[in-house]
Design a protein. Structure first.
Length: 348
């Protein structure tokens, strides 16, 4: 999973970050991210049409800056990797159209990358090759997926959210509390001053079998708590919500890990920057005797270095995308995992 020896250019435009990066092996030569937070903050969330237009405006200068910072000329590149899904369809289309034109003009091999696979490869950038089989929890934006990784590049979906994703729940609760966008960092900061047991909130699916996630009920419980007279302390609400969300994510991951017996557990995606979630996952992984691998916060959020790293891996395996490469808003990552009937069975 170390990647090709030549520099690889990565492009990421799946949502509201216009990003480009150059990676050689596991070395990040440049990683440029042009955020759209200020543009969307006034609306409390991402407006897809505005995001697409901003990508059109920023992508060329962002790519130029990434190449300049890396000290790499176009002719030095070994390939180009671009996010082709999942994400906002218009935003993805901007990145893929530009990447195809760039690769064609420069005579470079092109590969399309699943955004969620990119998040998993952020672990590779930070930690190196992770022991397989591995169990990965990807909590990014509209995605909350638990993924079994029997070998590098092969994925089986163990569980996913049934409704809201963790990131969406953080944003909606932050909005209800009158906090800024994005909601995750705001809730993390406010929760420091609160009591996580003050506001009684349910831990979703606590008594239900399986490995899926759900956040709509927890979000509704927060809204109902805020309507009480007198209303609870906002810091207590933030702390209590954060505790319930972290316990839910951790408990479902641990349940799957006990069945599957991974050699490592990966935690990645924007919500993986949450300090309580990182701490609880690390505590439970230690109890299981399994290493928890988490990228630094700057590689948890959307970036192009992770896309370049995943692209380097796939280019090294000889994979290439044609000029008909398209985009998919709901691009799946691997196949559903079929659990064995015997609870003690561990897959090969």
């Amino acid at each position: 999973m170390e990647g090709v020896d030549c520099p690889v250019l990565g492009i990421e435009t799946s949502c509201d970050e216009t990003a480009a990066a150059v990676v050689r092996g596991r070395v990040i030569l440049s990683n440029v991210v042009a955020s759209q937070v200020d543009l969307h903050a006034r609306y409390g969330g991402v407006v897809p049409e505005l995001a697409s237009r901003r990508h059109i405006e920023r992508l060329v200068p962002v790519v130029d800056e990434a190449l300049e910072r890396a000290g790499v000329a176009v002719e030095d590149l070994g390939g180009l990797a671009v996010t082709c899904g999942p994400g906002l369809i218009g935003a993805l289309a901007v990145g893929v159209a530009y990447a195809k034109a760039f690769a064609f003009a420069a005579g470079l091999p092109l590969v399309g990358i699943n955004h969620l696979e990119g998040h998993l490869f952020a672990v590779v950038l930070a930690q190196g090759t992770f022991p397989v089989p591995a169990l990965g929890l990807v909590v990014s934006g509209a995605h909350t997926d638990l993924v079994w990784i029997p070998e590098p590049g092969t994925y089986r979906v163990v569980g996913r959210t049934r409704d809201d994703a963790a990131g969406e729940a953080f944003d909606k609760v932050a909005r209800a509390l009158g906090l800024g966008y994005p909601g995750g960092p705001e809730i993390d900061r406010l929760a420091e001053a609160g009591d996580p047991h003050r506001v009684p909130l349910p831990i979703p699916l606590q008594d239900e079998p399986g490995y899926d996630f759900s956040f709509s009920g927890l979000k509704t419980a927060v809204l109902l708590a805020l309507r009480k007279d007198p209303p609870p302390n906002p810091a207590d609400v933030a702390a209590s919500f954060q505790r319930a969300a972290a316990e839910h994510l951790t408990a479902r991951t641990v349940r799957a890990a006990r069945l599957l017996g991974p050699r490592s557990i990966l935690l990645t995606g924007g919500v993986a920057a949450n300090r309580l979630l990182r701490r609880r996952m690390r505590e439970e992984a230690e109890r299981l005797g399994v290493p928890l691998l988490v990228p630094p916060p700057e590689l948890c959020t959307d970036n192009a270095a992770m896309i370049a790293q995943a692209g380097a891996f796939r280019l090294m395996r000889g994979e290439r995308a044609g000029w008909t490469l398209g985009v998919a808003a709901d691009l799946p990552l691997g196949d559903p995992y079929e659990f064995p009937l015997e609870s003690g069975h561990k897959p090969a």
